[in-house]
Design a protein around this ligand. Structure first.
Ligand SMILES: C[S@@+](CC[C@H](N)C(=O)[O-])C[C@H]1O[C@@H](n2cnc3c(N)ncnc32)[C@H](O)[C@@H]1O
Length: 343
């Protein structure tokens, strides 16, 4: 009963075992779940048998994480998404691929499908002694959806990088495209083709000036090499029939399944495994809107809840260890400190 009373209040970190608490939640009520379960046999969070992570076998660990994952699937709305971040582990000197074993089982019965696997590239990975292995500097963030109708706000994801890119860029000068105008003039294109080439070039220059594309390349028949080594295709057909083609380059607007961020330095945070506020923040912007409800079933020091609060989303955190609940509550008292990394 106490548990129920805790849950009905949004914007709270609830103390308890997440499987038990998730079971109390109504189906299809949560917009977004972002979490990082304890990794297999990596750390002792002091939670005894109830805590995930200290199982004696990989299979027992996967069963426990998946039981919680499938409760997440039940409580997420049909427009919602679930993000699980898991780290891998060397067992007897061999990488176990545990995150992928989890992901394969998670999609097996087709209740959810994988939209993306974002790779977190760590800018300050932990150095290791083993001279016969490279340093592990990446971790996956799996994004699962329940239906094709999932919320996805690409425009707002890593928007500061677009803005920075725009303001840093040299302002297009009158030189832009000049060389191509000259090449069109001295080409063997027909008068009509030359006229069309100049018009398309002018349009591409305007797109750069308006910041809609980063830059462009032009290929003119008889002057430039054909695209793709001359293989049949749309570009080469354009060159052959129109006498030219223009390739528009989107620059950073191409949003990739890769995000760079340092590992959080835990100087002011007593939790031993804090994930980056920056990444969580960007995922919240991508996968939810203001006033949505974001849940983290392994809340730890409250990073997900903090990011949700800063971005005007509602949140529920679940954490089994009372010390970490206190820590999360302390962090949540702080005022807004959203992070922008220009990496
Ligand atoms: C990897 S940490 C999460 C850290 C968090 N992302 C942060 O940035 O602070 C995993 C957390 O899950 C908690 N935990 C382990 N088993 C749990 C369970 N059955 N129910 C709720 N929390 C659990 C641990 O105490 C630990 O704080």
């Amino acid at each position: 009963m106490e548990v129920l009373e805790q849950i009905v209040t949004q914007n709270k970190v609830v103390i308890g075992d997440s499987l038990a608490i998730l079971k109390e939640l109504e189906s299809e009520t949560i917009d977004l779940i972002i979490t990082s379960p304890p990794y297999f046999q990596q750390r002792d969070y002091g939670n005894g048998n109830l805590g995930v992570g200290n199982e004696t076998t990989e299979n027992a660990y996967l069963d426990n994480v998946l039981a919680i994952f499938f409760e997440c699937v039940r409580v997420i709305k049909s427009t919602g998404t679930i993000v699980f971040n898991l780290g891998d582990k060397y067992i007897n000197g061999a990488l176990s691929l545990l995150p992928y074993k989890f992901a394969i089982k998670a999609i097996e019965d087709k209740q959810v499908f994988l939209i993306n696997q974002i790779t977190w590239s760590k800018l300050n990975p932990t150095p290791r002694q083993d001279k016969r292995k490279l340093i592990q500097a990446t971790e996956p963030f799996f994004i699962f959806a329940k239906s094709k109708n999932y919320h996805f706000d690409l425009e707002n994801y890593l928007k500061h990088l677009d803005d920075q890119n725009k303001s840093n860029k040299n302002k297009p000068t009158e030189k832009l495209g000049k060389q191509y105008f000259e090449l069109i003039a001295k080409s063997n294109l027909t008068d009509e083709q030359k006229e069309n080439a100049r018009k398309s070039l002018q349009e591409a220059i305007l797109l750069v000036m308006n910041g809609e594309i980063d830059s462009f390349r032009m290929k003119i028949k008889g002057i430039h090499k054909e695209a793709y080594g001359g293989m049949e295709g749309g570009r080469n057909n354009q060159i052959r029939f129109n006498g030219f083609t223009i390739i528009k380059l989107l620059g950073n607007k191409l949003k990739k399944d890769l995000i760079e961020s340092p590992v959080e330095i835990t100087k002011d945070n007593a939790h031993p495994a804090v994930y980056p506020l920056y990444i969580v923040q960007e995922l919240i912007k991508l996968l939810s809107k203001e006033d949505d409800l974001v849940l983290d079933p392994f809340c730890g020091s409250g990073t997900t809840c903090l990011a949700a609060k800063n971005l005007k989303r509602n949140y529920i955190g679940i954490e089994i260890n009372p010390d970490y609940v206190n820590l999360a509550n302390q962090r949540l008292k702080q005022t807004d400190f959203t992070q922008e990394l220009f990496v």
